[in-house]
Structure formats: structure tokens, C-alpha cells
Design a protein around this ligand. Sequence first.
Ligand code: NI
Length: 227
Amino acid sequence: MLVQIPDLLTPNEVALCRATLKAADWVDGKVTAGAQSSEAKTNLQVPENSPQGRQLGDVVLRALGRNPIFTAAALPLRVFPPLFNRYDTGMGFESHVDNAIRFVTGANVRVRTDISVTVFLTDLKDYDGGELIVEDTYGEQSVRFPAGHAVLYPATSLHRVAPITRGSRWASFFWVQSMIKDDGKRRELYDLDRAITETRIALGDKHHASVALTAVYHNLIRRWSEL
Ligand code: NI
């Protein structure tokens, strides 16, 4: 399941990210890649423990905390501290899968990567190429969203970033360990959550159907969640 989150970041937050990243140190993106994917990857990243990266990571985490689509789609247990990358003209990332477990540098915490997230930080008019292409069971899905928008996709899927043919594509990327490990179950819960929202609007919060469906939603989370 691919989920788009429009306007995760406000225009001011995007501007803050861009201004801070302009002054940041960038290193070869192979530092966070596994042995196999490092051969497929050409991009630049802000180092994991850089002060600018941590400051902007907190901006992204706060935005996630106030976003109902993120909460409903990810059902997050842990979020890896957001990282920042940049693909300049000619750079890209060939087909790969993300590592299953990530260690948070400086903290004794492991994150199982159930969901991958990209938050776009460059206006679409400022670069060409750079599509995020995700191989789904339904075929390939290609996304390229405006600055401030985010996309969630299953970390289990093969994915790539098409080469940039003009300009530079900046983004934040990170992973989420969900309370619901299984992508199919998470999708059912997301679909159910949206159907409940529609039911509440159509029939009201006190209608028996609204209450009963909400009970089913919470009981499924009780049965399926791992904390
Ligand atoms: Ni990846």
C-alpha cells in the first residue's frame, strides 16, 4: 500500500529545511547502505548525528505527530530519526530493498523497518527525473510529489530512484516500525479506519453502525498489534 500525505510539512517548514540543508555538510550516501545496495546507490546525505540533521529531524517528527493520515496508515510504534538526502543531476538509486533492522546511532534502540517514508523537499519545477518507483504486487508505481508532501510504502518492496536529469532532488527519508508488522493487515485497518470516518459523517457518532465498526477496529488492533 502506497499512501500519499499531502502537506505533511508547512511551506515555512520546507523553507527552514532547505535553508538549513544548504549550509549542512553532505557525505556520500553509501554510509547508510548495505553491502549490496551501496553499489546501486549514488547520492549525498547529511550525516546521521549532525546537529542540522537532528534539528530538522525533530521538525519532521513533530509534523508526523500532528498528522492523522500518518497515524492511521502507519500505526507507528517507533520512528527512526529522519535522515536527509540529495540526488544531484546524474545521481540515482537502482532497485534494492531496505535493511530489515536499523540501529539508531547513539541510542540502544533497534527499529524494524516495516514502512519506508520519503518527504519531498524540492519543488517539482526545480528538477526532472527522480521518480520514486516502487514494485508492488499490482505492478510498478511511480511517484513524484510536491515539496512538503510525503509518501509511505512497504519497506518489504523493491524500489528505486530514477536518475535526475535536471536540477537536484532533496528529501527526508526514514523508516517506521509499526504496531502492525504485516502490510496486508495494516492495509485492512487503514481501509476500515477510512470507512468508519465516512460512516460517522453519514450516520453520526452515536449511530450503532459507527459504534460497532469502531469496536471492530480497536479489537483488531488488540488482536494484531505487537508492542
Ligand atoms: Ni531504499
